[in-house]
Write a protein that binds this ligand. Structure first.
Ligand SMILES: C[S@@+](CC[C@H](N)C(=O)[O-])C[C@H]1O[C@@H](n2cnc3c(N)ncnc32)[C@H](O)[C@@H]1O
Length: 347
């Protein structure tokens, strides 16, 4: 049996639901392990809560890599004997970070999506897809805000693309990323190019970065990572990016609270319903998504029920993932936000 100790920060954010979210995330991850996992449950050892994986065989280094990346993982133990107290042996975790994880924690601003929750969405997207952490992944956040999802993607060494309708957020995100690369002495090229529009007045631009951890890595073009920020409308995603070019689409939809909903499709109430946004954008998102790729979106389930969103994905021929693990993510954020995630696959 393996026991995972949860990051204490995670507990503070979601209170009681932290354990349930962790069980859901690890249940999805367990399907990707090389050894069978009989059950995932919450256990108490000497007054401390752990997530237990009932596995009789030895985990492979790749398996440990998957568990090391889980959003809540603080430490992993192998448990010998009948009682946990008999012996908990710590398992060395994989050090996988391409850019340091602090890239997504140092910024604080209104409307920021919690970084551990974001990491969890990225993991769920990857684990539910046909791809692995070793693939040369490109992730798109179609509602990027100031970039928490993109930052989490850079920690994994994924290429990251973002679309954000508000100019100010794109501007601040671009400045932050450039400063970050400079401060960390990464080698990079920064560019701004037009990705769409007939003339300058209706042009849509992308801030583009090509970077590597150091000069040596930057020399080999295939070693370079990309980050692109488009100041545009997500419903035109297929006009900004190539078809079948993105492995994962991950985003935290607007809640209509900290962020206003700007743009042509703003509803009369000023709070765009997530169904409306998904309905408008999904054809373009599907067009850029590769076969075997996934879409993971977080939204306020007080505003729209999951089955309504699921119907929109199914209409577009995407498979909505369901079952205990996929249906165990709903949790209260505050009095007016009950957050959930929906996971759909391009089969
Ligand atoms: C909840 S916020 C995302 C916050 C982000 N995860 C972060 O931590 O910075 C949702 C974002 O979606 C943007 N948005 C809303 N409609 C959009 C559209 N049609 N295209 C692109 N972005 C849009 C909003 O401006 C807002 O910044």
């Amino acid at each position: 049996m393996y026991l995972i100790l949860q990051n204490p920060g995670h507990n503070r954010v979601y209170y009681k639901e932290a354990a349930q979210l962790a069980v859901s995330e690890v249940s999805i991850a367990s399907k990707r392990l090389s050894v069978p996992c009989k059950a995932v449950e919450v256990v108490n050892v000497a007054g401390v809560r752990y997530i237990a994986l009932k596995i009789e065989d030895e985990l492979s280094p790749k398996d440990v890599g998957i568990l090391s990346r889980l959003s809540f993982t603080f430490a992993i133990f192998n448990q010998f004997g009948i009682y946990a107290e008999d012996g908990l042996v710590p398992i060395p975790m994989e050090t996988y970070e391409y850019l340091d994880g602090k890239i997504s924690t140092i910024q604080k601003y209104a409307g920021k999506t919690n970084e551990l929750f974001t990491k969890m969405m990225v993991n769920v997207a990857l684990l539910a897809s046909d791809f692995s952490y070793d693939d040369n992944i490109t992730l798109l956040d179609p509602v990027a805000g100031r970039g928490t999802t993109l930052n989490e993607a850079t920690v994994y060494g994924f290429n990251a693309l973002g679309i954000e309708i508000e100019h100010k957020s794109v501007h601040e995100n671009q400045i932050f990323f450039k400063k970050y690369l400079q401060n960390e002495r990464c080698k990079f090229l920064a560019d701004k190019r037009m990705v769409y529009g007939k003339n300058k007045s209706e042009a849509i631009y992308m801030h583009e970065f090509e970077y590597a951890k150091n000069k040596e890595a930057f020399k080999a073009k295939e070693e370079r990572k990309k980050l692109g920020l488009v100041n545009g409308n997500s419903q035109d995603a297929d006009k900004y990016f190539k078809k079948n070019s993105v492995h994962l689409i991950v985003g935290d939809l607007p809640y209509g609270i900290a962020h206003g909903n700007t743009g042509a499709n703003k509803s009369s109430t000023g709070t765009r319903n997530p169904s409306e946004l998904i309905k408008t954008c999904l054809p373009a998102w599907k067009a850029v998504l590769k076969k075997g790729g996934t879409i993971v979106l977080a939204w306020n389930s007080f505003v729209a029920p999951k089955h309504k969103l699921a119907a929109l994905f199914e209409e577009q021929g995407l498979k909505v993932m369901s079952g205990d693990a996929y249906d165990g993510f709903e949790h209260m954020v505050d009095k007016s936000i009950k957050r959930d995630i929906i996971v759909a696959k391009n089969i």
